[in-house]
Design a binder for this molecule. Structure first.
Ligand code: DC
Length: 226
């Protein structure tokens, strides 16, 4: 089981990271949140005053940035050049611009290279938008998680309110719809289900139900009941 690669893709707010983290824990695999990597590049560009339209500088940033993951109990810590930026990369400002940054071809190719290196020959659960189609096209298990826009917005709203961000359902729905549109219509590696991915609609399902479903797909795929 510890060599299996599990790719989890889907739109923003489908519950990918919560579920992916728990699947990784259940199966003893490393968890890699690729959305956090695009967010880290976006955060650093803002912090360094690099305009997103300056492709050369953006690609230079993506090829030199030092992104690492660490875990503290159940919390995943994201570091950029050694500093903990876990909270900063979830700010509304970063969220607003991350789709623009992730559409820059040179940024994507640098991060995809880094993601493939991180996955190496170890077992991983990796979540994002293009994991099953581009980053790990030969992953043993591919999952495409979806949920209705309203349900995704409700979940995201709860998460934001609990972090003290002031917003409402309409605003969150509009922001998710905008990101869905940008992520699925960009030229390079748009969000789409890999042909051999299992689709799971999480609308109305609890997190443990989704996790159980994915864990059992992994076990079936490997022919094990451990
Ligand atoms: O999963 P998230 O909301 O943290 O992702 C942030 C953005 O990064 C999302 O709008 C699309 C982009 N992304 C991507 O293009 N490819 C990935 N593998 C992961 C995220």
């Amino acid at each position: 089981m510890n060599r299996i690669r599990v790719a989890i893709d889907g739109p923003a707010g489908a519950g990918k990271s919560t579920v992916a983290k728990m699947v990784a824990k259940r199966l003893g695999l490393l968890y890699i949140d690729t959305g956090a990597m695009y967010r880290a590049v976006t955060w650093k560009a803002i912090a360094s005053g690099i305009p997103f339209s300056d492709e050369e500088q953006m690609v230079e940033l993506a090829s030199t940035i030092d992104i690492s993951f660490d875990s503290d109990d159940d919390r995943q810590i994201v570091r950029v050049d050694g500093a903990d930026v876990t909270q900063q990369i979830r700010s509304p400002e970063v969220t607003e611009h991350v789709s623009t940054v992730s559409a820059i071809p040179g940024v994507r190719s640098q991060l995809v290279k880094l993601q493939q290196k991180m996955a190496g020959r170890l077992g991983v659960v990796m979540d994002g938008r293009d994991i099953g189609t581009c980053v790990l096209p030969d992953a043993e298990v591919k999952i495409f998680l979806t949920a209705s826009l309203e349900e995704r917005a409700r979940r995201r709203l709860e998460e934001l309110l609990s972090k003290g961000v002031r917003t409402d359902l309409e605003e969150v729905m509009a922001s998710l719809a905008r990101r869905d549109e940008m992520d699925s219509t960009r030229d390079l590696a748009p969000l789409r289900k890999a042909e051999d991915a299992y689709s799971i609609d999480t609308t109305g399902l609890s997190v443990p139900e989704v996790v159980d479903r994915i864990v059992s797909i992994c076990r079936q795929r490997l022919g094990t009941n451990q």
